[in-house]
Design a protein around this ligand. Structure first.
Ligand code: ADP
Length: 161
C-alpha cells in the first residue's frame, strides 16, 4: 500500500492541480491532497473553502481524499506513514524552490521521498494567482479551473455578478 501526500496552497484549486492529482492517483494506492499553511502566502480563500472546493473536485476519484494541516508537511507525512510527497513542477521558476523544499523535507522526514511530476504543456503557466487575477478583472476562468469548482470560485471573487 503506497500512500502519497500532495501538498499545496490550493488557493484555489486549478486544472493544473487536478492534472497532478489524477496522475498521482494512477501511480499510488492512496493520495491525500493536503491544504497546507504557507507563511509566505497570505491567501484569499479560507482553509475551509479550499478544502471544500478540492473535495467537490476529487469526489469521483476513489483513492483520493483531502485534508489540511497547520503544521509541517513533513510531519503530516510522517504521522500518516506516507511513502511519498508529490509535487508538480511547472517552468524552471518552480525548480529552485521545490528542490530546496524537497531537501528540507527529507531532513525532517527521511521516510518520505519527494516525487516531482512535470506539468503538461497546457498547465505550464497556470497558477492559482493567475486565476484570481483574471477572474477579479472579469475574465473567463472556465478553461483554468475544474467545472465543479467554477461557480463557487467566481461567486467568491466577483460577489456582485
Ligand atoms: P500555486 O499557488 O503556485 O498555484 P500551490 O502552492 O497551490 O501553487 O501548488 C501546489 C503544488 O502544485 C506545487 O507542487 C506546485 O508546483 C504544483 N502546481 C501548481 N500549479 C500547477 C500546474 N499548473 N501544473 C503542475 N503543477 C502545479
Amino acid at each position: 500500500m503506497r500512500t502519497a501526500v500532495y501538498p499545496g496552497s490550493f488557493d484555489p484549486v486549478t486544472n493544473g492541480h487536478m492534472e497532478i492529482i489524477r496522475r498521482a492517483a494512477a501511480l499510488f494506492d492512496r493520495v491525500v491532497v493536503l491544504v497546507a499553511v504557507n507563511a509566505m502566502k497570505a491567501g484569499f480563500f479560507s482553509k475551509q473553502e479550499r478544502v471544500e472546493l478540492l473535495e467537490l473536485c476529487v469526489a469521483q476519484i476513489p483513492n483520493v481524499c483531502v485534508d489540511f494541516t497547520e503544521g509541517l508537511v513533513a510531519h503530516y507525512a510522517r504521522d500518516i506513514a506516507a511513502d511519498v510527497i508529490v509535487k508538480g513542477l511547472r517552468a524552471m521558476t518552480d525548480f529552485e524552490f521545490e528542490f530546496q523544499q524537497a531537501l528540507i523535507n527529507r531532513q525532517l522526514n527521511p521516510g518520505a521521498e519527494t516525487v516531482f511530476l512535470p506539468a503538461s504543456g497546457t498547465s505550464m503557466y497556470l497558477s492559482s494567482g493567475m486565476v484570481k487575477q483574471v477572474c477579479a478583472l472579469g475574465g473567463d476562468i472556465s478553461e483554468f479551473v475544474p467545472r465543479e469548482a467554477l461557480p463557487l470560485i467566481v461567486e467568491r471573487i466577483q460577489p456582485s455578478k
